[in-house]
Design a protein around this ligand. Structure first.
Ligand code: SF4
Length: 180
């Protein structure tokens, strides 16, 4: 069985990729970055929901410390970018870089992300960033587009069935702005 590190952006987006990968025969390790989330209360709500998904699917999920200052430093200069712009590309890089480091530490050969289940995200960009980071770390990137085949609708249905917390903004302090 091959080991894969699945970068989890949030619980609702993970509730389809996790069981689908398990059904395909992967040994799945979850990884929730979380330091992009603002404010702290919101981070805790999303963290608890991720734990529910991990427990429901009997996987382990790595939960690094909450370090919003490091994330803010990483996107410095890009604060005024609109959602979907350069700040988000850097945010994906920061998260997937952390995920790749964790994959190496855990001895996984592959990495993947739940980010591509969202209808709002640039999946080509996300998979290109994942490929580049994995190549640098000696990993293989599993380029999935989870929103295909009604993936997003399935995730909405499943997260409601599971009673998961569903956020109404992407996550960072800048995505709380009305014009973001
Ligand atoms: S809007 Fe979402 S993807 Fe973009 S920088 Fe903020 S948290 Fe990251």
């Amino acid at each position: 069985m091959k080991n894969i590190l699945l970068h989890i952006c949030c619980a609702p987006d993970a509730c389809i990729p996790v069981p689908d990968l398990i059904a395909e025969g992967w040994n799945v390790y979850g990884f929730f970055y979380g330091s992009n989330i603002h404010p702290h209360d919101e981070y805790i709500r999303r963290l608890e929901a991720v734990k529910v998904v991990a427990e429901h699917n009997a996987i382990t999920c790595e939960l690094p410390d909450y370090r919003p200052g490091e994330w803010l430093e990483g996107v410095k200069g890009l604060e005024s970018e609109p959602e979907g712009g350069l700040r988000c590309a850097e945010c994906f890089r920061i998260q997937l870089e952390a995920a790749a480091c964790e994959a190496v530490r855990l001895g996984c050969e592959y990495a993947c992300t739940t980010l591509t289940i969202s209808p709002h995200k640039n999946v080509s960009l996300i998979n290109a960033i994942g490929e580049e980071i994995c190549a640098r770390h000696g990993l293989k990137w599993l380029a999935r587009v989870w929103r295909k085949n009604n993936g997003f609708l399935r995730s909405v249905r499943m997260s409601k069935e599971m009673g998961l917390y569903r956020q109404n903004y992407c996550g960072c302090v800048f995505s709380l702005r009305k014009d973001a």
